[in-house]
Every structure is written in C-alpha cells, then in structure tokens.
Design a binder for this molecule. Structure first.
Ligand SMILES: [Zn+2]
Ligand SMILES: [Zn+2]
Length: 383
C-alpha cells in the first residue's frame, strides 16, 4: 500500500511538472553569433552574471553581449559592465517579452516571450530561451503553417506540435536544453507575429496529444501537400508505423502546392541513370523508355532491370515531391517532369487539412483522417 501510494505521488509530481514547466529552446541555433543586443520590450528583466545580480534592465533598454575568447563581455545601457562565464536575463513579471538582434553576424531582430540564458559554447554565443510550453507552441504552429489558415486546422497543428514536443524533450538533453529552433526539432521563430487564432488554438487544446491505441505518443509527421495520396512511412524512412499509412486525399488537389513542373535535359537524365547502374550499351534505352506515369503512388522508377527509389530521385534532383510523371516535352527532346504535391508525403497533409477545416470538419476528424487508428489524449494520461 505504502509503495503504491509513493508511486502514485511520484507519478503525480512528474505529470504536474510536465504540464507546468517551461521548455528550454536553443535559439539562433544554426548560427555562429559573436555579438548580440538584447532588449526587453515588455516588463523589466533582472540581469544576473556568474550568480551575481548585476542590473535591472527596463523596457527598451539595451544590453550588449560579445564573445571575448571563452568569456562573455556584458555591457548594459546604464553602464554596468564586466566579463563573465554565463549570464541570464530573467523576466521580473511573468509576461515579460524581449528581442534579440544579432550584431555579428548582422541579422534581423527576433522577438520572444520568457527569459534567457547566455553562454559561450564551442566558440559561439549560445542563447537558450526559457518559455512556457504553450507560448512556445504558438510560435511553432505559426512558423510551421503560416498565418492565414482556418481555426480547426490550427487546432490540429497545435496537437501535432505538442505531440512532437513531448516526444522529443530529451533530444538535446546533453547540451542543456530541450529543443533547437531548427527543422531538426521544430521551426521556432520566436513569439507570434499577428494571428491570435493561433494562440487560441494552442490554449483550447491544452495538454492534448496524439497516441496509438496503447497510449504511446505517435511520431506526428506532416508535410505541405501530398498530391492526392499520402505515403506509408516505410517507403520514405524504412520504418513501419501503424498510424502512418497511405490514404487517398481528395482535399488537397486544388491547393497552392498541388502541382509542379520542371524540365530536364534527356542526355543528363540518361547520364544520371547510367551513374545509378543502368547498362545503356548501344543506347538501348532512350526517350520512349524514359517516360513514366504513376496512377497511384509508386515506390520505384524501373528501367532495364534498375529499380530506383523515387525518394532518391527526388533528393538527387531536388524535386518538390516523389510523386511525378515523366513525359517527352517536344522539339528540344527535353523531359517534362509533372509533379504532384510538396514534401515527403508521410502523415498529415497540411493543405488538405486546411481544406477539410474550411469544409467544416473538426480537428479530431482531420487528425483521424490522416493518422490511422489514433487517439487524442491528455498528456497527463500518457506518462
Ligand atoms: Zn534539434
Ligand atoms: Zn493531400
């Protein structure tokens, strides 16, 4: 009994901290910054360096951080200055907001919620934004899907991004933060820029995540446009996922990224196929054999015994998707590539999901259409 109670107590404590804790995101993660200016634009911030309170920074005051070898030189507008190992700017009120403007290299200012830690790591300034999970998610949903989409779409996207967040909290554990702000984790460009609907979508789905029937979090893959049919996970990543099954998508065919075209030189195509292992002695294979049509989604382009994965062709030729036909384009003997969709095609198709939302489907309909046999659960019931 005693043991069971202790277990329940620990479980409760863990789930409370999961829900309430902030997330630590490495921002400007892909850049080698050596000098930045940081300025609160809402509320005051406490500047602490090497454990000592150094200054209070008011709204619109500037603090300069520069790399000096392995150390961080800090200079505030009010005149306090010094060289330290680490520094932090902590919001004195809960709803503090600030901006970061890289000076070296010079980049656009980005706006954030919450607090930040600054240090020098691997010869660059390392900035970690500590921000509430919901404010972080609102920024991610906007960065991953733009500002003009329907509300029910944003709710579906918010649940996807939250599922990713909880499934990947340990991704950068040995680096002292949870997630980076790049495609590697989820794209995060700071706080929302204008669409309050996005924040509302995060708020109104608070705690909701997508799971398999056995309550395990799913890998909630998504892409821009599937071109009319999504792809089984193993056809792109070699891993089978029961919930990432191919579905016929009637919703995305009129959308912005539904079709694309490009032409390539037939001689270059032939050289490419030879480099991939095609034996084309005596020019056995030419224009008529290069022609290729996909009715439903194929996995391979097959010619002369060579089976070339379409995903490989997509990446080698930088095509927008692996769902394309090849036709002869005319007098120049170029090949016309007619493609459908944009992205890897696995999981939720964003443009299809937007259309479903516009037609009145709710976020659960949308998620259950693109992810096979999944549940929408509260994160507290998952861990
Ligand atoms: Zn990452
Ligand atoms: Zn689609």
């Amino acid at each position: 009994m005693q043991k069971t109670l202790t277990f329940i107590f620990l479980l409760l404590l863990f789930s409370i901290s999961l829900r309430s804790e902030t997330v630590r995101v490495s921002v400007f993660n892909g850049y080698s910054l050596s000098s930045v200016v940081i300025s609160p634009d809402k509320g005051k911030y406490l500047l602490v360096a090497d454990g000592q309170e150094v200054d209070v920074i008011g709204e619109n005051e500037l603090v300069y951080f520069s790399m000096r070898g392995e150390r961080l030189q800090v200079r505030s507008q009010s005149g306090s200055t010094g060289t330290f190992s680490v520094a932090s700017l902590t919001a004195i009120e809960d709803d503090g907001e600030f901006s970061v403007r890289p000076v070296e290299p010079s980049m656009e200012r980005v706006y954030y919620h919450g607090s930040l830690d600054i240090s020098i790591e691997f010869g660059r300034i390392n900035i970690i934004n500590a921000v509430s999970k919901d404010l972080y998610l609102a920024g991610v949903v906007e960065a991953e899907s733009g500002i003009g989409a329907p509300y029910m779409f944003y709710k579906a996207q918010a649940i996807i991004c939250r599922t990713y967040l909880y499934g990947n909290l340990h991704r950068h554990a040995d680096e002292g933060f949870h997630l980076c702000d790049e495609v590697h984790c989820q794209v995060y460009k700071g706080r929302l820029t204008g669409n309050e609907l996005v924040y509302e979508s995060v708020n109104s789905t608070s705690g909701m995540v997508i799971t398999r029937p056995d309550s395990m979090l799913i890998t909630a893959a998504f892409h821009s446009n599937c071109g009319g049919q999504t792809v089984n996970s193993e056809e792109v990543w070699l891993v089978h996922r029961s919930y990432l099954r191919s579905v016929i998508d009637p919703y995305c065919r009129e959308s912005r990224s539904a079709v694309w075209e490009t032409s390539i030189d037939a001689g270059q195509w032939e050289s490419y196929l030879i480099s991939m292992g095609l034996d084309n002695g005596n020019g056995r294979f030419g224009l008529p054999e290069f022609v290729f049509r996909q009715q439903g989604r194929n996995i391979f382009y097959s010619i002369g015994g060579l089976d070339l994965p379409l995903t490989k062709i997509r990446s080698d030729w930088n095509f927008r998707s692996a769902y394309f036909d090849i036709e002869i384009s005319g007098p120049g003997h170029d090949l016309l590539i007619r493609g459908r969709g944009s992205g890897h095609g696995v999981g939720l198709c964003q443009e299809g999901a937007m259309e479903m939302a516009a037609r009145g489907y709710n976020f659960i309909d949308i998620l259950q259409f693109y992810y096979t046999d999944v549940r929408i659960m509260d994160i507290d019931k998952v861990f």
